[in-house]
Design a protein around this ligand. Structure first.
Ligand SMILES: [Zn+2]
Length: 173
């Protein structure tokens, strides 16, 4: 299971919406609890250095700076996040190709465009789902982790029930 501080979740959801139709990305700092639960305490946004559309690349300086600041822990980089504009909150084939580090959680925010935006208006996006994944089976596939906030509240992704008549897209257990 992964737990994330509500403030960190709100921050990365807002970053995902602000970056739409581009992708946002960043790193998650936290710790692994003795129970095995991974807890993300802070989100550190990165510039997206990805050179192609629908790609993300976290600034390597952010990794270095965080590693230096965190030293030997117990807090450390526990994961990374990025957004999927107009895509599902599931790792893509490209994600799997580029993934490494079986200890890192991948948080993915799916962002849907607002179909009601006036013609010519800036395209705005709304985060609709956040999921957590970790590399498994020797890095050959992702496994989804249950995701909760540290206060055990439903996570504050904004949903427009009219657009998603099948109900809120909650994390799968
Ligand atoms: Zn992706």
């Amino acid at each position: 299971m992964m737990r994330i501080a509500p403030e960190a979740l709100r921050q990365l959801v807002e970053a995902a919406e602000a970056a739409y139709p581009g992708e946002c990305c960043g790193l998650l700092v936290g710790r692994q609890l003795p129970s095995g639960v991974i807890e993300a305490i802070r989100a550190h946004p990165s510039a997206n250095l990805g050179k192609k559309e629908n790609r993300f690349e976290i600034d390597p300086r952010l990794w270095v700076d965080l590693a230096r600041a965190l030293g030997r822990g117990p807090t450390k980089v526990v994961g990374l996040y990025h957004s999927h504009p107009d895509g599902p909150a599931q790792p893509s084939a490209v994600d799997l190709d580029s993934a490494w580090g079986e200890e890192l959680v991948w948080l993915i925010v799916s962002v849907a465009g607002n179909p009601d935006a006036a013609a010519g208006a800036a395209r705005t996006g709304q985060a609709i789902q956040v999921t957590a994944h970790i590399l498994d089976h020797d890095g050959r596939q992702f496994r989804e982790l249950p995701l909760r906030t540290t206060d055990w509240a439903p996570y504050p992704v904004r949903l427009d029930p009219d657009k998603f008549p099948d109900g809120p897209l909650e994390e799968t257990p």
